[in-house]
Design a protein around this ligand. Structure first.
Ligand SMILES: C[S@@+](CC[C@H](N)C(=O)[O-])C[C@H]1O[C@@H](n2cnc3c(N)ncnc32)[C@H](O)[C@@H]1O
Length: 412
């Protein structure tokens, strides 16, 4: 997500004043340090534009159908809540933060429909507001899904920080939606204003995808299927747009796979932060008795893991949890946790999520249970695990020049 405050995005201010009102927005910060700002200049610019052109005025009779894509913490959902928007959010923790911020601002969370990026969209959308993501594949995914649902005279506003807005971004709006103009940059943010064209692309529900399209839909390359060289033979990994290591086997993941415990060691395993689900799928393929739960904060990652599982293991049962770590939405009790933790979240969070995952694993693992962690050598996960589990209970069980795999065991 973007920041526009100080160099690392840390600012004191939590109140966003926009034409629709003043909103106090909190952005949860896993580090526990000064709060990060929950909105950026692109959010403010989009809200000002919507107010100036009167695009979303609800006169009570003919309320426009509004879809918001990629809102991080409710900076768009809260000011637009009176229009009952559908808010498309990939991240479980972002959806949780949006609901919390709506409530904290006296907005009924029920006035907003939170949808995941593969779920149904309303028909005849009049206004789309799309936060421009870093990854062009993710933008394509969203535009491809919006295009066939737009009303004939719909407008789609792209709101992005200039570092994410390239000529290819303008091209994507032009290809999927229709004629697209850009505003000048203000405080390093810019809007793209696209009007639904009569010959716009019709994406997943329609017949055509535009030339060069890479989003979900016919003729597109997402979700992408790749055959990887896994231990015990090839494995087919399926990845939706934006999912970690799409189309390749990450070196850290490969190190983790090489260090998996012997079959029969544990019964209830969790592939925590599963991405495409390669780790849990390889584990289960080696061990017919193991029961795997896949967890990811990203709905697109979780859908990828489910597809990878089904492609390799058919209808063998597994559990898929869209959630945050091992405690939310419900505690997960287990004997083995395998994790290749995220470490670059939002520029500022560093490895705080990894630390929280380790704490939760220690809490949910049964006596004798095992946490298997891979991380870049410089992250020094070994020291963190030693603090949590005790020095004598942590072992290095795999490594290469860049990555270290550590095993932490809970006392029996
Ligand atoms: C480095 S990737 C590893 C993906 C996969 N295990 C692999 O090795 O290819 C980390 C994953 O953790 C997920 N993630 C980030 N924060 C999370 C959280 N709080 N709870 C669960 N998953 C999370 C990300 O969406 C991402 O898919």
């Amino acid at each position: 997500m973007e920041e526009d405050g100080s160099a690392d995005g840390r600012v004191d201010r939590q109140e966003m004043a926009v034409p629709q009102g003043t909103f106090r927005l909190v952005r949860p910060d896993a580090t526990g340090r000064a709060p990060l700002r929950a909105w950026d200049a692109a959010d403010e610019m989009a809200l000002r534009h919507l107010d100036e052109v009167g695009l979303v005025e609800d006169d009570g009779n003919d309320a426009p159908t509004v879809v918001v894509v990629g809102d991080g913490w409710g900076a768009l959902a809260a000011p637009l809540a009176s229009l009952h928007p559908t808010v498309v959010v990939d991240s479980y923790t972002a959806a949780r933060a949006i609901v919390a911020n709506l409530g904290a601002n006296g907005v009924d969370p029920g006035s907003v429909t939170i949808a995941d990026p593969l779920g149904p969209l309303p028909e005849a959308i009049d206004v789309g507001v799309v936060k421009v993501p870093k990854a062009s594949a993710v933008l394509d995914h969203h535009l491809a899904r919006l295009a066939p649902r737009l009303a004939p005279s719909a407008t789609v506003i792209g709101a992005g920080m200039t570092r994410h807005v390239h000529s290819s971004t303008v091209d994507a709006f032009g290809r999927w939606i229709g004629p697209t103009a850009t505003t000048r940059a203000v405080r390093k943010a810019r809007l793209l204003l696209a009007t639904a064209g009569p010959d716009r692309a019709t994406g997943p529900d329609g017949a055509t995808a535009p030339e060069g399209a890479t989003g979900a839909g016919r003729g597109s390359r997402w979700p992408r299927e790749t055959t990887l060289d896994g231990p015990g033979g090839p494995i087919v990994a399926i990845a939706h747009a934006g999912v970690f290591a799409a189309g390749r086997l990450d070196r850290g993941t490969a190190a983790l796979l090489a260090a998996l415990p012997e079959p029969g060691t544990h019964r209830r395993a969790v592939d925590l932060g599963c991405g495409t689900g390669v780790v849990g799928t390889v584990l289960a393929r080696r061990d017919p008795a193991v029961e795997v739960t896949f967890v990811d904060d990203s709905a697109l990652a979780l859908a990828s893991a489910r597809a990878t599982w089904e492609r390799n293991l058919g209808d063998r049962p597994a559990r898929f949890v869209h959630g945050d770590g091992l405690l939310d939405p419900e505690p997960i009790d287990c004997d083995l946790v395998c994790v290749n933790p995220p470490f670059h979240r939002d520029h500022a969070v560093g490895d705080a999520t990894a630390w929280r995952m380790f704490v939760e694993a220690r809490e949910r693992l049964a006596p004798g249970g095992e946490l298997l962690v891979v991380g870049n050598r410089h992250l020094a996960h070994h020291a963190k695990l030693a603090r949590l589990f005790g020095r004598r209970r942590v072992e290095v069980v795999g490594s290469d020049p860049a990555y270290v795999v550590c095993q932490a065991t809970v006392a029996t």
